[in-house]
Design a binder for this molecule. Structure first.
Ligand code: NAD
Length: 286
């Protein structure tokens, strides 16, 4: 009888000890996640809505200070207000991400307001559809300006600032599944997004000695304000032809971005991560 009581007491103590250890592990996991980007400083373009906004929001939630760019003033201000309401540190930089003087002013804003620059995320992109045979020059030039010029020179000016600081940094550029596979009416866009993969590959080598990693993210079909408004029955169309059975969410894309910005990814550079639910492996047209 006495032996039975001692055995039960031992079991209860053992369970209590295991619960306590689990609690401590969970607590440190969440604490680490909460503080993962504490006081890191990020500039992100085209982030008033969509993928960029979610990356900015998640960075700020985990302690980073964010300079959030959008060309649309009211969209930028609303985005900043949402992040601040959640307790994040974030300021707006309203302007065109393809303008070289404006790019430098975003870097300067990061340094003046938050003291330095750790992350540059060239997210802004122009997704303009159109058949090859009559694709107009003006549309082409705008696409090249936003997708290539804006991305290239944000990376350049951010890298110069990071090198001046001497403590490395992270640069993320935004490619697309359309830079891997044919997509109807997206030849000019796909061409620019394929070039961005090469930019990451090349800069990953150029900037490695300075401790700066450069990677690209290539989203597949992602549910955003824009895609849902402009591309028909977007979520259902893509769920039918995507191996995982759904289009991506902005959280799916932000998760990969935050991983590449985190200390866990310090040995990854020059890479492009596809986040497409397997679509490019089979790539039926939508
Ligand atoms: N949404 C998708 O399905 C998808 C798929 C593959 C790749 N991408 C890429 O991901 C990135 C973000 O896509 P999204 O769909 O979230 O963005 P989006 O098209 O919804 O635009 C987000 C914001 O960028 C702003 N913007 C556009 N041009 C700008 C400029 N020159 N300067 C400053 N701001 C500008 C817009 O005002 C808008 O508020 C883009 O590079 C896009 O090409 C998106």
């Amino acid at each position: 009888m006495g032996c039975e009581i001692n055995k039960n007491r031992f079991c209860i103590l053992e369970i209590a000890s295991q619960l306590k250890n689990t609690y401590i592990r969970l607590q440190s996991f969440f604490y680490m996640n909460e503080a993962l980007f504490q006081d890191k400083v990020a500039v992100i373009t085209g982030a008033g809505i969509g993928i960029g906004f979610e990356i900015a929001r998640q960075l700020a939630t985990k302690g980073a200070c964010v300079v959030l760019n959008d060309v649309d003033e009211s969209v930028a201000n609303q985005a900043v207000a949402k992040i601040q309401e959640e307790g994040g540190r974030c300021i707006a930089a309203v302007g065109d991400s393809s303008d070289l003087d404006f790019i430098q002013s975003m870097i300067d804003q990061a340094v003046i307001n938050f003291g330095k620059l750790d992350f540059a995320i060239a997210n802004a992109g122009s997704t303009t559809f159109g058949g090859f045979l009559d694709y107009p020059l003006e549309r082409f030039q705008r696409l090249v300006a936003v997708n290539l010029q804006g991305t290239f020179f944000l990376a350049q000016k951010a890298a110069n600032q990071m090198i001046k600081q001497g403590s490395g940094g992270r640069i993320l550029v935004m490619s697309s599944a359309a830079g891997y596979q044919y997509h109807p009416e997206l030849t000019a866009y796909g061409m620019s997004k394929a070039a961005i993969k090469f930019l990451a590959r090349s800069l990953g080598v150029d900037l490695a000695p300075q401790g700066i990693t450069v990677n690209a993210i290539a989203p597949g079909a992602t549910i955003t304000e824009r895609t849902v408004q402009t591309e028909g029955d977007y979520a259902n169309d893509w769920s039918r032809i995507t191996p995982t059975g759904r289009a991506a969410t902005t959280e799916d894309i932000a998760n990969a971005a935050l991983f590449l910005l985190s200390p866990a990814a310090s040995q990854i550079t020059g890479q492009t991560i596809l986040i497409d639910g397997g679509w490019t492996a089979v790539s039926p047209p939508p």
